[in-house]
Ligand binder design. Structure first.
Ligand code: SF4
Ligand code: SF4
Length: 131
């Protein structure tokens, strides 16, 4: 798995992926979407850097690493405190264009921090992504 300089390598967890695949609430298109049609959008206010998303994604879309300092400072005090407790880590999506909309990350996230959106919508709403 390729990771950024300060990101944590996350091993894929086939058991977690299997559980997520069986979840009836799984959204998306079952890996049938053209790459880049959909992207995961991470709500940095909810994300606690627990890395389940990275552990289930078949296309290596996520990296877990430090939250951007500017984004962090702009958050409400309570959210900043929660992020601080969790080491100020968050999920980034440096390979979002590889997403095939399987929906596994959405149901695997314990914080309900991920939604799938059509590619163009992500930038407009300020996702936690970096290239
Ligand atoms: S988006 Fe959810 S699953 Fe991914 S790191 Fe954040 S809390 Fe964990
Ligand atoms: S929906 Fe996209 S980002 Fe989420 S696990 Fe599937 S391929 Fe990865």
């Amino acid at each position: 798995m390729r990771v950024g300089l300060r990101s944590t390598a996350v091993k894929r967890d086939p058991e977690k992926a299997k559980r997520a695949a069986a979840d009836p609430a799984r959204p998306g298109e079952d890996c049938k979407a053209e790459p880049g049609t959909f992207r995961p959008r991470v709500d940095a206010r909810r994300c606690e850097g627990k890395s389940d998303c990275a552990a289930v994604c078949p296309y290596d879309v996520f990296e877990i690493g430090p939250i951007d300092e500017g984004v962090y400072r702009a958050m409400p005090a309570l959210v900043r405190f929660k992020l601080w407790v969790h080491g100020k880590k968050t999920a980034h999506t440096p390979r979002a264009e590889a997403c095939r909309a399987c929906g596994l990350c959405v149901v695997a996230c314990p914080e309900r921090a991920i939604e799938l959106v059509r590619g163009a919508d992500v930038a407009a709403r300020g996702a936690s992504s970096r290239k």
